[in-house]
Design a protein around this ligand. Structure first.
Ligand code: SF4
Length: 306
């Protein structure tokens, strides 16, 4: 069976500076993955590479991305745009930016459904929209439909956006720091909702908080300095992290906010281990040589110790 998503040896560069280096990740249909690391580790750049939404001036310089066997980087933008709706959904961190302030929720949901062939008529699109608003917890769905985004709270806009992504029945959804900035109760509620509506989709959840992944994702990848330093089954890594950076993230506990987490981030390098300056017991070769990826104890690790 071919993978739903296969990222192979991906390198991404801005002004000749690598910001992702030799990144590989393989997701099967129905799997949930976590991608964890500090701000600036390269998580969002990987998400944007997968969705084909890299900012201007940032380019892929090596490797490939296969989506359902399709060579994604060589696929025409017109085709990718179609696939982005029904195939790959992207829940961005700032959901407000995903909604247009001059149109009502109904206008935006209906237009999105019709443009992606997920409804045959205006009436059907309104019904599907109302149904999805109900699924994400709204009771007064007609009032929400006729509202403009600015009249809704941040949490409500986030729910609307969640509905808009999942109503297209995407095969894969990338949720980029979806719950960041919410208080812990709302965060739990929103994550519960995300995994509930994602029941039929594969999910790649990007977060800076490694502790959020336990019990939610099947597998995870830990990213530091633009490279994946450890990846494999979530429970295995949480129980016994092998890379020093995974251990540092876990040791920091659940009190880490994005700013505190930045402490762990280091500049992206393509030679030595990106965690070299903070590693407790580095080896001689660690400063100059990026370790190869090795299979160790049921996961992949990029560290000279293994
Ligand atoms: S590669 Fe070297 S510096 Fe990096 S985590 Fe392993 S031992 Fe530490």
């Amino acid at each position: 069976m071919s993978a739903l998503l296969k990222v192979e040896n991906l390198s991404v560069t801005v002004q000749n500076r690598p910001i992702l280096y030799d990144v590989s990740l393989e997701m099967e249909k129905g799997e949930t993955w976590g991608l964890v690391g500090a701000s600036g580790a390269g998580k969002s750049m990987l998400a944007r590479s997968i969705t084909g939404l890299l900012p201007r001036g940032i380019s892929v310089t090596g490797g490939q991305i296969l989506y359902n066997g399709l060579d994604w980087l060589k696929t025409k933008e017109l085709v990718r745009r179609r696939i982005r709706g029904n195939g790959i959904g992207y829940l961005v961190q700032n959901t407000a930016s995903g909604l247009d302030p001059v149109y009502t929720v109904q206008q935006q949901m209906v237009e999105t459904l019709l443009a992606n062939d997920c409804a045959d008529s205006q009436e059907e699109a309104i019904e599907v929209s109302a149904d999805w608003l109900g699924k994400v917890g709204f009771i007064e769905v007609r009032r929400i439909l006729s509202s403009y985004p600015h009249s809704l709270s941040g949490g409500m806009v986030q729910r609307v956006y969640l509905a808009m992504v999942f109503m297209l029945n995407p095969e894969l959804v990338i949720a980029d720091e979806f719950s960041t900035g919410l208080d812990s109760t709302t965060e739990k509620e929103m994550l519960g909702l995300l995994f509930q509506v994602a029941e039929k989709s594969s999910l790649l959840m990007i977060t800076h908080n490694i502790l959020l992944l336990g019990g939610l994702t099947d597998k995870m990848a830990v990213m530091n300095g633009g490279v994946i330093v450890e990846s494999g089954p979530t429970e295995l890594i949480l129980k016994k992290p092998l890379h020093a950076y995974s251990q540092a993230l876990l040791g920091a506990g659940d009190n880490m906010d994005p700013i505190a987490v930045q402490e762990f981030g280091v500049s992206v390098v393509s030679c030595g281990c990106p965690f070299f300056s903070r590693c407790d017991s580095p080896w001689e070769e660690c400063a100059a040589q990026l370790p190869h990826v090795r299979e160790v104890e049921g996961r992949k690790v990029r560290c000279h110790r293994y």
